[in-house]
Design a protein around this ligand. Structure first.
Ligand code: FEO
Ligand code: CA
Ligand code: CA
Length: 710
């Protein structure tokens, strides 16, 4: 979800008051301003770190997490497509891919996931809304497709023609779904007056429908005789995990007092998953959906005044639980577990990584508390030589951290069900970056590094439930909004996007009322920007190929930014070797040494008149997908998303012939805004005939059937 130019909210500016070293401070000593302004990324990186890029040898003992495709030698040109170029980069009510490629929308919001579930066919109302009941919506693809993983069928195969898509639905656009939302975002407004569609705020089915379009869809997909991807509607795998689905709690926090509520006195079961942003997969074939913005958007109350001291308590403030009673969603009027005053512990039951087995619809999903609670973006993993597994994770908030979880036990590659408890037992670490390119994973273990009862951490569950506070305490390094990470199993590099951080160096940034001591950090030579408008990408590698270890090295990969001629403020220029982009968000590393970069510059691109003319966004137009050849650093633009959309969840089949991409919230930033009235992507059914704009997964293939980009 874009967080740049919509109405400012606390997460945009950070809640981190710890004063821990800021990443920009550290890299400043490593890269001169001159080097950044004159050199390409790879030039800088190679000059600093040598051709291999690191002091550490490649981890020959690291087992590939995902089988590499059968490509004995990579071709010289793996970006063999015509770069998408427009002025500005806008697609309108369309999606643009290079010549010789085609796309089809496979999973569209409101379509039935599977016929066995009894979902009705997609239909819209005369008011251009999703015309379903809440119960029906629970059987349909949700809104805001974000993270995604492709699981070949059968399990263990490398099938590139049939598989399961697990798809996150990060949010639901209330306006599009039901015509209802609080338009005023005004805590003094009587909700009974905010009812543009005649539906009331207290209508339980409105709330149920909004909940239903959240969560995770699992759908079976296949490539038909014509090479087109289709949903297997009668699949036995089809299912939906939504905001009311019962989910188990696993790991050290299971049963903890802070997780007990009136609806779950034992603290062992949660209804629903929320804010399902990025994702990951385990090497044993389960899906990991990450709960990101699941606190401030959903939990509210009329019963507590905004100055109630509970909102100043770091256990709420650090997780953006800020009070008021009109948030993006108003479920607390209907469902008391979202009312902060009625169920204050319910907030602690969100912000986790949730494991779902797409191959077994009968297995109950589990919130894996051992991986910590924060604004989880996604998960990337590497398998150690001893078969323990490391999971790398970002906390998407300005000035927050990068984490790693290492399983205590080895995985069993031959018995997938034996691995179901692996994520409940292990060590959570947080990253501390060194100025010299070194890094250390600091354990978040009760009793160590000040994580003691005297400091507010009564037990390991407390460390995990308030992982941000624990990471503050041990001295982790503050980063510029960590979004996705992607791992290269062949080398051990883990790429991390740091999407942007407009609060950097700007104590007076709009809406910045937190007076964070970090917000006043001056611009530095590494990031010559008063505010990090465009973000950057780094990569990290654990020392000696031991992904269970505590030492790593890191490198800068690229500073994002617009082209030189388009950038009025030279401080915002990037080091991209190739096509310009801003705000890297989702990343995926494929079997051809390419890093696929999805952007989320969001509504900032609208200013002014969508083109960004005269601003540092000039020419960028819409969000996009690009590919970087990580051998050379060259970047080429592969896709431009429809107006208003964000590009997420990129996946590639093992044969390299299909790229799945999620197009999230076409037509508008969500969930506040009304979408562009004329847009009807992807169906392009005329408005007069009920056309409506829908989030969707698209499958992109070469018209001649070849490998993408080769
Ligand atoms: Fe859901 Fe950080 O993006
Ligand atoms: Ca984002
Ligand atoms: Ca994101």
């Amino acid at each position: 979800m874009s967080k740049i130019s919509r109405p400012p909210e606390p997460e945009d500016f950070g809640t981190n008051q710890s004063g821990n070293p800021y990443f920009g401070d550290i890299v400043q000593a490593r890269l001169s301003r001159r080097a950044i302004l004159t050199g390409g990324l790879s030039t800088v990186a190679l000059a600093l770190f040598g051709c291999g890029g690191s002091d550490d040898p490649a981890p020959a003992t690291t087992a590939p997490a995902t089988p590499a495709p059968a490509t004995p030698a990579l071709p010289a040109n793996t970006l063999n497509f015509e770069s998408v170029r427009r002025t500005p980069m806008m697609a309108g009510d369309d999606l643009v891919v290079p010549p010789g490629y085609r796309w089809t929308a496979v999973t569209k919001q409101g379509d039935p996931i599977g016929s066995r579930l009894g979902a009705p066919a997609f239909r819209t109302s005369a008011a251009r809304r999703f015309d379903t009941t809440g119960a029906e919506a629970e059987l349909q693809f949700g809104d805001n497709h974000d993270g995604m993983a492709y699981f070949p069928l059968p399990y263990g195969s490398k099938s590139s023609d049939r598989g399961l898509l697990a798809i996150n639905h990060e949010a639901a656009r209330a306006n599009v779904i039901s015509g209802f939302r609080f338009t005023g975002v005004n805590a003094t407004t009587d909700p009974a007056t905010l009812d543009p569609a005649g539906e009331t705020a207290m209508n339980p089915d409105v709330v149920r429908k909004q909940k239903a379009y959240h969560g995770v869809s699992v759908a079976e997909v296949y490539r038909d005789a014509a090479g087109q991807w289709q949903v297997q509607r009668d699949s036995a795998y089809a299912r939906k995990v939504h905001a009311d689905t019962w989910i188990a709690i696993g790991g050290p926090a299971r049963g903890h007092a802070a997780l007990r509520t009136g609806g779950d006195p034992a603290g062992e079961q949660v209804r629903g998953t929320l804010g399902n942003c990025g994702s990951g997969a385990t090497p044993w074939g389960t899906y990991l959906t990450c709960e990101e913005d699941c606190h401030k958007n959903y939990f509210a109350t009329r019963e507590l005044p905004a100055d109630d001291p509970r909102f100043q308590d770091p256990k709420w403030a650090r997780y953006n639980i800020v009070g008021g009673y009109v948030r993006d969603y108003t479920w607390h009027f209907v469902d008391k577990r979202f009312d902060l005053a009625a169920e204050p512990n319910e907030t602690n039951r969100f912000g986790w990584v949730v494991e779902i087995d797409p191959y077994d619809p009968t297995w109950q999903p589990v919130k894996r508390t051992a991986l910590g609670r924060f604004a989880h973006e996604n998960v990337a993993h590497l398998v150690n030589a001893d078969k323990r597994v490391a999971f790398y994770m970002g906390d998407d908030q300005g000035f927050d951290y990068i984490y790693k979880f290492v399983t205590a036990k080895a995985m069993d590659p031959d018995n997938r069900t034996a691995n179901r408890g692996l994520l409940d037992d292990g060590t959570l670490y947080v990253a501390k970056f060194g100025e010299d390119g070194s890094g250390e994973w600091l354990p978040l273990v009760h009793g160590q590094n000040g994580l003691t009862a005297e400091n507010g951490f009564a037990d390991q569950a407390s460390v995990l439930i308030w992982a941000r506070l624990a990471a503050d305490k041990v001295g982790a390094t503050q980063m510029d909004r960590p979004e996705w990470l992607a791992s290269d199993a062949s080398s051990g590099w883990v790429y991390a996007t740091l999407s942007n951080n407009t609060s950097r160096g700007s104590a007076t940034a709009p809406g910045n009322t937190t007076a964070s001591p970090r917000a006043a950090q001056p611009r530095n030579a590494m990031n010559p920007r008063d505010k990090n408008l465009h973000g950057h990408i780094i990569r990290m590698r654990d020392a000696g190929g031991n992904v269970a270890g505590t030492r790593f090295s890191w490198e800068m990969v690229v500073l994002a930014g617009t082209g030189t001629a388009d950038t009025p403020d030279s401080a915002n220029r990037g080091t991209i070797k190739g096509d310009a982009f801003s705000s890297p968000d989702s990343v995926m590393f494929d079997g051809w040494q390419r890093l696929w970069i999805g952007t989320d510059a969001g509504d900032a691109l609208k200013s002014p008149d969508w083109t960004g003319a005269g601003t540092d966004w000039s020419g960028l137009g819409n969000d996009m997908l690009l590919a970087m050849d990580t051998r050379s650093g060259e970047v080429k633009r592969f896709l431009i998303a429809p107006d208003g959309a964000e590009v997420c969840g990129t996946q590639m089949t093992a044969d390299g012939r299909t790229l799945f991409v999620n197009i999230q919230h076409p037509g508008t930033e969500q969930p506040r805004d009304t979408p562009i009235a004329a847009m009807t992507w992807p169906d392009k059914v005329p408005v007069a005939d009920g056309g409506i704009v829908r989030s969707a997964t698209v499958a992109i293939t070469r018209i001649d059937g070849g490998v993408i980009g080769i």
